[in-house]
Design a protein around this ligand. Structure first.
Ligand SMILES: CC(C)(COP(=O)(O)OP(=O)(O)OC[C@H]1O[C@@H](n2cnc3c(N)ncnc32)[C@H](O)[C@@H]1OP(=O)(O)O)[C@@H](O)C(=O)NCCC(=O)NCCS
Length: 240
């Protein structure tokens, strides 16, 4: 964890150079990507709620991300990163976001080992996310994380660009769940509008389901359309 918590920052011109290297992720970079995602989400309010009061949260996140990258996400070949693995964007293809029963079976033993006593809450969280998932075909941003040393220098927005350009070219919507008001603002700047506020359970922090209609002819990153009305949290996930 010492390595995971090294927060020495980098400068803006280094970040611009790094953004120029964004491309589809090489499977050989999987362990480094898991580490980057774990560093990015270590203090995330939703993960802190799900894996509460556990000093091993960083290691758990790293192992969990590695498992999901290996068994689910990377086979879709829409995971993006940079040369130094400064950030990672994990997208799922239209119609491919749902974890099938066969995939669940393959994941189960490792999930028990990794999440231990937290597993029931992890599974309830996944069930809430699945219940609220739109059925219309779309690209799904499963995770976007930038290493804390690189945050706030444009990399997160740059990592969204390849798939948002695809969405506009193919006239396909995109969907995601934002885990904080600050993240929600970032996504609004990239054309998403919040459709619903929700929580994973009682006492869990608020999240927002966000939808982006394709904008043919727009460069990704152009100003978004006016935000749609946000439905307040109506449902809870049951017990926390
Ligand atoms: C959210 C995140 C991917 C954005 O990447 P980034 O490279 O820091 O973002 P950019 O430099 O392109 O854009 C900055 C904007 O991102 C958003 N943002 C959210 N959390 C941020 C953070 N910890 N640091 C910097 N920007 C953050 C803000 O809207 C910010 O704009 P602001 O400074 O005017 O508030 C990154 O900060 C991160 O990994 N955060 C932790 C994990 C996370 O919350 N992921 C998203 C889950 S929905």
């Amino acid at each position: 964890m010492g390595e995971l918590r090294d927060n020495t920052t980098v400068n803006v011109s280094a970040a611009m150079q790094e953004a120029a290297t964004i491309g589809r992720a090489d499977p050989a970079r999987r362990p480094a990507m898991a580490t980057t995602l774990a560093r990015a989400f270590h203090d995330d309010p939703v993960f802190t709620w799900v894996l509460r009061a556990d000093q091993r949260r960083g290691r758990m996140l790293e192992r969990g991300f590695e498992l999901f990258l290996r068994k689910l996400w990377m086979e879709q070949e829409e995971t993006y990163t940079t040369a130094a693995v400064a950030g990672v964007a994990v997208w799922e293809l239209p119609g491919r976001w749902k974890v099938t029963p066969a995939q669940q079976l393959r994941l189960a033993p490792a999930m028990v080992r990794i999440f231990g006593r937290h597993l029931p809450r992890v599974l309830r969280a996944l069930a809430v996310l699945e219940r609220g998932h739109p059925t219309e075909p779309h690209y799904y941003l499963a995770f976007l994380g930038v290493d804390p040393r690189w945050q706030g220098r444009g990399l997160g927005g740059a990592l969204l660009a390849p798939i948002l350009e695809t969405c506009d070219r193919e006239s396909t919507p995109a969907f995601l769940e934002a885990s904080s008001p600050r993240n929600r603002a970032l996504y609004e700047r990239h054309g998403f509008a919040a459709t619903e506020e929700f929580t994973l359970g009682r006492s869990a922090p608020p999240q927002w389901r966000m939808w982006r209609e394709p904008r043919p002819g727009h460069a990704a990153g152009a100003p978004p359309p006016s935000a749609a009305a946000v439905r307040p949290a109506a449902e809870h996930a049951g017990r926390s």
